[in-house]
Structure formats: structure tokens, C-alpha cells
Design a protein around this ligand. Sequence first.
Ligand SMILES: NC(=O)c1ccc[n+]([C@@H]2O[C@H](COP(=O)([O-])OP(=O)(O)OC[C@H]3O[C@@H](n4cnc5c(N)ncnc54)[C@H](OP(=O)(O)O)[C@@H]3O)[C@@H](O)[C@H]2O)c1
Length: 256
Amino acid sequence: MKKTLTFIGNGNMAKAMIKGLVGKYTLEVYGRNESSLDALKKEINELNIYPLNESLNIEGKDIILCVKPNSLEDLSPKLQGCANSLYSVLAGTKLETLQEKIKAKSYIRAMPNVAASYQKSMTTLTGDEALKAEAIEIFSNIGETLWLKTEKEIDIATAVAGSGPAFLALIAEALSDGGVNAGLARADANRLVQGLFSGFAPMIANAKPSEIKDSVMSPGGTTAAGYATIEKNGVRSGMIEAIKSAYEKACELSKK
Ligand SMILES: NC(=O)c1ccc[n+]([C@@H]2O[C@H](COP(=O)([O-])OP(=O)(O)OC[C@H]3O[C@@H](n4cnc5c(N)ncnc54)[C@H](OP(=O)(O)O)[C@@H]3O)[C@@H](O)[C@H]2O)c1
């Protein structure tokens, strides 16, 4: 018999996860907006959907918590009983806060990213070691996973892999702008960047960034000229500082 997973919340992240998990688990989804629940059921028929009313008995359930961090205050008093496990995707919400607000035997914090919609998330996980194997199994259905030992590391990972798609989007846009600046049509420049990123994915999975760079950069060549300009303009240090700022912000938010 398939294990049952219980989603609380049916927004973007819940939907991305449900698409990856459907067929492998029995899925039940509790949401407060009946019309959006009905729309989800229309899209994915195998779901059991339930309205989230004044109270919900979570006794013995394996919960995937998919609401916004600031909804925890309002939601938690409605949850009665003790869940078997609680998987939270709430950005910046500490295990300690989850333990205070919702009763469960074991807790996991997961940090997926927006690529979950394509089952290509880079998800970091931390929490009770007893749930490690199961957490990896569940979240592997929406992409790759990495188990981290501490919450500090998951806050850093939030900056790298959570915010990362936005940082890569900036690089992608800048490359396209550069092409247009030099005379390419926008549609052609965008098409080149799309192809570049999809070709880059298997390369970065199999080689270090420095190896890729060295394999392209010939002495006195075009890449070397462009690379020197990138360094002169502080792109590397800008990215390092961006990760630092995003990490500091994650720490600040998790204290609220
Ligand atoms: N999206 C991402 O890329 C991403 C990445 C990493 C982590 N996360 C985390 O995933 C979580 C969900 O994000 P999301 O993008 O899926 O947000 P979302 O699309 O806004 O979905 C939030 C869901 O929570 C429900 N909800 C809100 N307040 C509630 C309350 N008081 N009681 C019950 N249900 C409530 C919403 O219901 P209504 O439809 O009625 O408002 C909706 O179903 C967040 O904690 C976020 O930090 C998201």
C-alpha cells in the first residue's frame, strides 16, 4: 500500500511537489480556498482534497506544510493532535519554531527552489536524522536533494540555490543584452542564451567551473578578452557579496 502524504496549503510550491509525487504516494490536500482546490483536482484527478476549516486532526499523519511563513501563527492553533512527521518548506522558519507551533514526532526543514515546477529543484534538507532517508526519497521526486547537518547551512543554501535562479536570470538577461548591444535581434539573443543554459547544465554536472573555463579560454583569444573585462567589472565579487547579503537577510527573517 502506498504511503499517504498530507499537504497543508495548495499554492505554487504544493502544486509543484504534488506533480512530482502523484502516483508514488497517496496524496491528500487541505486548503482554505475551495475553488483553487477544485481547480487543482481538475488538473490532477488522483488527489483527495479537503477544505481546511476551523480544526484539522493531524494525529499520525505525514504532513507537508506548504503555507507562507507568516501564515503559521494563524494556522497552527487549528492543527490538533500529533503528526507522525512534519516536512516544512517554509523559508527561514526554524525547526524550533515549528516544534513550538505544531506537534509532531519528527521534523524536517526543506528548502526547494522554483525549478520544482519542472521537477528540477535543488532542494536542501535538514532536521531529524531518523527521517533523513525518507525526506530524501520524498523530495527527490521534485529534483535533486542535499542533506545538510545544520540550519545555518540551510540558510546559506537558501541564498545560493533558493535565490540562485534570480541571480542566474540576471546573468542570462545581461548576456542577451550584450548580444543586442552588439547588434543581434532580441529574439535571437534570447534563443542563444536558452541554448547556452541548457547545454551548460550537463557540463556543470560533470566538471568544475574552473575546468569549463579553462577548456574554452585559449591564449589571447576572445574568451580571455571577455573574461578579463568581467573581472575588471567586479562580477565575481558582486556575486559573492550577493550570496552574503541574501544569507544575512535569511538570518534576519528567521529571527522575526
Ligand atoms: N515558491 C517557491 O519558489 C518557494 C521556494 C522555496 C520555499 N517556498 C516556501 O513554500 C511556501 C509556500 O509558498 P508558495 O510559493 O507555494 O506560496 P503560495 O502560492 O502563496 O501558497 C500558499 C498556500 O498557503 C495557503 N495559506 C496561506 N495562509 C494560510 C492560512 N492562514 N491558513 C491556511 N492556509 C493558508 C494559501 O491559501 P490561499 O490560496 O487561500 O491564500 C496557499 O494555498 C512558503 O513558505 C515559501 O517560503 C516557496
